[in-house]
Design a protein around this ligand. Structure first.
Ligand code: GLP
Length: 245
């Protein structure tokens, strides 16, 4: 595991973009795992620019989104499916069959989790996973708990997570209570992991993730065990991390 500290959000996005572009140059049929949220927006914008300028080809790239709210249709602007199409897929030459997402509207959600897990496996796992981090150190929607859940599963969102994500909804009461998320095995079996964090709001989460014990109470802490994980974080977010990381 490696920690890179950048001056600000833009530099964080540049550093991440360089690694993702290198990944798809080296392996044009790379499988990417993609988080939603504000942290990777700069990175995704850079992917769209790189494609526009002829510096990247996504025709063989396959993507799997990390999570989805249960009960939101993909046309719903708050759904992660909508977010991913708008902020990543739009303007890239991804093949439609290579855009893979869990369906939060599935009638049988347990079966949907199983289908999604199998699809990730059939794709050969994730080559590069792009993560953000929640205020309670959640990754994807793997919330703090008493154990790590390995496979794609249904999650009851914590109060902290619902509060943090309320900013995307007109009414905070509209934030769903439940979500589907890839599990820790899908994340830990990814060959490379990039975790992006920017701003003072992430200092606590990073202390939980990097400054202490590996524990399911701080899900991102498990990444300390991942050989191919890189935390790319800006100075504001890194402010309270121990010097000797
Ligand atoms: C959500 C998502 C996470 C994301 C986190 C941080 O809860 N499920 O995958 O990493 O928020 O989001 P942001 O980058 O907007 O701070």
């Amino acid at each position: 595991m490696e920690v890179r500290i950048t001056e600000d959000y833009e530099e964080m996005s540049d550093a991440a973009a360089e690694l993702v572009l290198r990944q798809i140059h080296e392996k044009p049929d790379s499988v990417l795992g993609l988080t939603a949220g504000s942290s990777p927006m700069g990175l995704y914008r850079r992917m769209q620019e790189a494609y526009r300028e002829g510096r990247a080809d996504f025709s063989k790239v396959r993507i799997f989104t990390l999570s989805e709210y249960i009960g939101l249709d993909e046309k719903d602007e708050q759904s992660f499916a909508y977010y991913t199409r708008k902020n990543f897929c739009e303007g890239l030459n991804l093949a439609e069959e290579n855009i893979c997402m869990p369906n939060g509207m599935a009638d049988d959600i347990a079966q949907e989790c199983e289908r999604y897990g199998k699809a990730i496996e059939a794709a050969g796992g994730i080559d590069m996973m792009i993560l953000g981090i929640g205020p309670n150190a959640h990754i994807g929607f793997n919330e703090p708990g008493s154990s790590f859940v390995p496979e794609t599963h249904v999650v009851e969102l914590s109060k902290a997570t619902r509060a943090a994500n309320a900013r995307f909804f007109d009414n905070p009461r509209d934030v769903p209570y439940w979500a589907v998320s890839m599990g820790m095995r899908d994340i830990m079996f990814s060959r490379r992991v990039l975790l992006l964090a920017s701003g003072a709001g992430k200092t606590e989460a990073l202390v939980l993730a990097l400054g202490g014990d590996i524990t399911p109470k701080a899900p991102a802490s498990v990444l300390q065990l991942h050989r191919g994980a890189v935390f790319i974080i800006d100075e504001a977010a890194a402010r309270r991390l121990p010097e000797d990381l």
